[in-house]
Design a protein around this ligand. Structure first.
Ligand SMILES: Cc1cc2nc3c(=O)[nH]c(=O)nc-3n(C[C@H](O)[C@H](O)[C@H](O)COP(=O)(O)O)c2cc1C
Length: 261
């Protein structure tokens, strides 16, 4: 489980408990800290310490900031800042998008400064431009389709042939979505919006049921595909059709060229 941005708890310590509770309830699980990619090295360490995190997500939310009337407008030096955090952070750093996906080129730049895990947060699910628009954002609906769809971003990263771990997230709503991501080559899958909507409108029991059903269906898809684990499903042949295939052609990406993991 990854927490939301911990900036608020670093600025107002009264909020710390609303983050550390995640570790209290989940003492042995994987818990991931979260801060902006523009955070300082000191804040990065403090965020990890706050929840005894196993990894730190650094989110890149430039479109969201630009959509906010009061958002940041200056992102100069962000890559250098990430490099400094990677050098000093006691746990692995994950570069994370928040609804707009990563291109091959941006992944390469982050790889060059030491990032080895990417959380796609691609377009197709929670959309922070649309959310900010509803709160009086400055884009007024014109940029709601901005971003790289999750499947496309995953293929872009795989095509780079870099030795990285990939978390597929952004619009994952079902077991087939998750299975397809893993078959394409993702190492993990992340879901946020779908789970929160069930929790909010139907409660915790319904969320438990949904997760159990999801896991059953995921196992069913693996069995029906003849795959026993993530490695074997990633070795199955995949067929990419429609606009995603067109994107790959336009970007000169040949799926037979990348090293499947
Ligand atoms: C209510 C809500 C709050 C979020 N807050 C953060 C955040 O603070 N930091 C962050 O990196 N991502 C945040 N996200 C983005 C998710 O972590 C994730 O990238 C994305 O929502 C996954 O896609 P999905 O919601 O379409 O499943 C938030 C998402 C939601 C729904």
């Amino acid at each position: 489980m990854a927490v939301g941005s911990q900036t608020i708890a670093l600025e107002e310590p009264g909020w710390k408990e609303s983050f550390s509770v995640v570790r209290e309830y989940n003492p042995d699980g994987i818990v991931i800290a979260n801060l902006s990619a523009t955070a300082s090295r000191e804040d990065a360490r403090a965020a990890v310490h706050m929840i005894n995190a196993d990894a730190l997500q650094l989110h890149f939310n430039i479109p969201q900031e630009l959509a906010m009337p009061e958002g940041d407008r200056n992102f100069k030096g962000i890559i250098e800042q990430v490099a400094r955090i990677v050098e000093t952070c006691p746990v692995p750093v994950i570069a994370k998008e928040v609804g707009f996906g990563f291109s091959r080129e941006s992944v390469q730049r982050l790889y060059d400064v030491g990032v080895r895990i990417f959380d796609i947060g691609g377009q197709g699910g929670t959309n922070f431009i649309a959310i900010e628009d509803k709160r009086g954002g400055v884009f007024q609906g014109e940029l709601n389709s901005w971003g790289i769809p999750t499947a496309v971003s995953l293929l872009e990263i795989l095509a780079s042939n870099l030795q990285v771990k990939i978390i597929a997230s952004g619009g994952i709503r079902s077991a087939p979505d998750a299975a397809k991501s893993l078959a394409l080559g993702a190492d993990m899958v992340g879901i946020a919006g779908s789970l929160l909507r069930i929790l909010l409108h139907q409660g915790a029991d319904e969320l438990d049921r949904w997760v159990n059903d999801f896991l059953y269906r995921l196992r069913a898809v693996f069995l029906m595909s003849g795959a026993s684990d993530i490695k074997t499903i990633s070795e199955k042949p995949v067929i990419v059709l429609g606009p995603t295939a067109e994107w790959l052609r336009a970007r000169d990406i040949d799926p037979s060229q990348w090293a499947r993991r």
